[in-house]
Structure formats: C-alpha cells, structure tokens
Design a protein around this ligand. Structure first.
Ligand SMILES: C[S@@+](CC[C@H](N)C(=O)[O-])C[C@H]1O[C@@H](n2cnc3c(N)ncnc32)[C@H](O)[C@@H]1O
Length: 227
C-alpha cells in the first residue's frame, strides 16, 4: 500500500502542528477538508496526548519502551505522541481510516525513531474477536472520543475486555471523552459508563492533574483497570 501524500488529492489535506514540549518535537498531522469523523483532530485526543506528556514530565520512564495500543486512532494524535515519548505503539482504526493514519505515521517516523519510539497502524474493528491484535499483550491502552454511537458500545466494551484478559501484563486504559450537550450523547455516555464500572475499576483523573493548558470541564479523562 502506498503511504505517499500523492495517493490523496493534494488540496484535500491540511496539516496541523502539535508541539510535544518536553522533547522539543513537533508532530505534523494531516487532516482532510471533508470526510468522516476519522479525518479531523478531536479535542479529546489533544487532552489525552497532553496528559501523557504531563505524566512523562513527572515520571520520565512513564512511556519509554512501553507497549501501547490505541483504539479508534483517527489521525493518530494520541498514539503518535506516545510513540514520540518513547513507546512502541500500535494505532488501530477501521480499515478505511488506515491510509491517512499511515500517512501521518510516515510523516512523523523520523522524529519518533529519534526518540526510541515506534508506531505502526493496523485495522481493529471493535467486537471483532478474530483479530490477531487481541492475541498480543499491552502495557497501556489509549482511546479518545470513541463513545459516540450506540451500536459500538457493546463491541467496544467486548474489545476492552479481551485486551485486558491477559496473562503477563496488566494494561491500564486511559480514555478521554468529550461530553456533548445532546440528550442522546449524554444517555450514550451514561450507558457506556454503567457497563464499564461493572467490569473495571474506573478512576476520574482530576483536571488539576492534567496539562495546564489542555484540559476542559467538557472532557472527561479516566484511568481504568481490570477488577
Ligand atoms: C470521534 S473519532 C476520534 C478519533 C481520534 N481518537 C481523535 O480523538 O481525534 C472516533 C474514531 O473511532 C473510529 N471507529 C468508529 N467505530 C469503530 C469501530 N467499530 N471499530 C474501530 N474503530 C472505530 C472512527 O473511525 C474514528 O477514528
């Protein structure tokens, strides 16, 4: 598969630069002018990426050599940040999201490599229990803004269960979600949250522990572990 920008319409893409201050690197993330939800950078991904950076500032080995999986990566802001902070990251999404995600990995791979990190992208459709990725064990799972339609709630929980049903590692899940105003979105989140706390220990990370400039009362950040 070609990862070159030329496989997209040239005027279809526009870059967004994201500074990772603690290592003086700037990620270049290509977004699409038009497209589905996986073509733009969502605020919840910035909050989670910056939280990872904050944690690395406090504990320099927080991500180094950690095996990290991202669900619903979209354009890859969270996974690429983790990789630039030294993690070995598998970014995942629906098959149709992979060309742009891989283009973004390719665009940033020299920076990531210079920090000892690694990033690759694979398809992982929530609820697909046949995926080879589910046979691997990870130290950390990250996901931003992935709770937004009803049909995905049970498959997403199922995938989180599979990924935490591990023998050697005990992965911690970090999740951000923007709380939107509509009743449908509120009810979706409540349903997801109720299902989550049946299976996992869930801890809300207070805003004062997050990045000083990248936090919001509209965006919830959770740390989740298997019970
Ligand atoms: C709102 S976007 C968030 C993207 C990115 N995490 C961010 O915050 O910028 C939700 C992401 O979930 C992915 N997604 C939706 N349904 C999915 C499914 N059933 N399996 C895997 N990924 C899915 C979408 O393609 C999209 O990239």
């Amino acid at each position: 598969m070609s990862h070159r920008r030329s496989s997209f319409q040239a005027n279809d893409l526009f870059p967004r630069e994201i500074d990772i201050e603690i290592c003086l690197k700037t990620l270049k993330i290509f977004q699409k002018m038009e497209g589905d939800v996986n073509c733009v950078v969502w605020d919840a991904s910035l909050v989670l990426a910056k939280y990872l950076e904050t944690m690395c500032q406090q504990k320099p080995d927080f991500l180094s050599s950690m095996k990290v999986l991202e669900l619903g990566s979209g354009l890859g802001v969270v996974g690429l940040t983790a990789a630039t902070l030294g993690a070995q990251v598998t970014l995942t999404d629906l098959p149709e999201a992979l060309p742009l995600l891989r283009l973004n990995i390719n665009e940033n791979k020299t920076k990531i490599g210079s920090m000892g990190g690694y990033a690759t992208a694979e398809s992982l459709v929530w609820g697909d229990n046949t995926s080879e990725i589910l046979k691997e064990e990870f130290d950390m799972i990250v996901m931003a803004d992935c709770v937004y339609y009803e049909e995905a709630l049970d498959p997403l929980i199922q995938t989180l269960q599979c990924l935490t049903n591990t023998i050697l590692k005990k992965p911690t899940i970090y999740l951000t979600q923007e709380m939107r105003d509509s009743d449908i979105q509120k009810s979706l989140w409540n349903t997801f949250y109720e299902k989550l706390i049946e299976i996992f220990h869930v801890e809300k990370i207070p805003e004062e522990q997050q990045h000083a400039n990248y936090r919001s009362s509209d965006i919830t950040l959770l740390r989740i572990n298997k019970k």
